[in-house]
Ligand binder design. Structure first.
Ligand code: IMP
Length: 243
């Protein structure tokens, strides 16, 4: 019915169409001009934003199908920015024009506090605390210790505690108890990530960016042994690289 060369011509046309379709994707990627595929996944390599053809999924999270410096991206900088904007609008609405003290939990919450504060449209001041609960790797010691206290009293103030990730809940339970002793007017908690399956202490945040399964994540302030905090996306720590 068809001449013998017909199949070859159809295959060539299909291949050409697929290649043409891939091309605009690489142009859209901001890293595409200097990207080189990183196999090691170690920081220091050239940034690599690769968008595979087939999507991936894991647990309840819609996994982004991207990698950054060879690390799997859980939430891209764009997804984070969009969610932070939404959270800021919600917090602004709930405050009804009242002043706010934002308390960042160092060091992980620093990028989140910086972005969230600019998405909140009320008169806000900053304060910071620092605690220790995690050692060098990713294992919690169980005990929380305050290593930097508030600079100013929060008595009678509207307080928003800003945390990068709510995991076992030990840190925020400890801090909430500590802050309530100062009798603030209100005390709310905003966390960018929540790992409800890991909870030991009974505590919930008032504002949650994303709920995630039991993954160890890095980037956007979150570290592994003090590294990776400056990754612009939230990435999954490869199991092989964990202690
Ligand atoms: P929690 O006291 O167990 O709720 O832990 C809170 C702190 O543990 C966070 O502020 C983080 O510093 C750290 N943490 C928990 N899970 C992760 C993670 O997946 N990546 C990085 N840090 C984490």
């Amino acid at each position: 019915m068809f001449p013998p060369w017909f199949g070859f011509v159809v295959s060539c046309a299909a291949f050409g169409f697929l290649q043409w379709n891939r091309f605009p994707l690489s142009l859209l990627s901001p890293q595409s001009s200097n990207s080189s595929t990183s196999e090691s996944g170690k920081p220091g390599n050239e940034p690599d934003l690769h968008i595979p053809d087939s999507p991936d999924s894991r647990d309840t999270v819609c996994m982004a199908t991207m990698t950054y410096q060879g690390l799997e991206v859980l939430f891209s900088r764009q997804q984070i920015a969009e969610r932070v904007t939404e959270m800021g609008a919600q917090i602004t609405n709930d405050l009804s024009g009242e002043k706010l003290v934002m308390i960042g939990v160092l060091k992980g919450a620093a990028p989140f506090l910086a972005d969230l504060s600019r998405a909140i449209q009320v008169d806000a001041t900053f304060d910071f605390v620092a605690t220790t609960s995690y050692g060098k790797g990713q294992r919690s010691s169980g005990a929380v210790k305050l290593i930097k206290d508030l600079d100013h009293s929060i008595e009678g103030k509207n307080v928003l505690v800003v945390e990068d990730i709510l995991d076992t809940g030990l840190t925020l339970s400890y801090l909430r108890k500590l802050f309530l002793q100062q009798h603030p007017k209100s005390l709310r908690i905003a966390t960018l990530l929540d790992k409800p399956s890991r909870r030991i202490e009974k505590i919930e945040a008032d504002y949650v960016g994303f709920s995630i399964p039991n993954l160890f994540v890095i980037g956007y302030g979150m570290d592994y042994a003090e590294r990776y905090r400056n990754l612009p996306d939230i990435c999954v720590m490869p199991p092989g690289d964990q202690e």
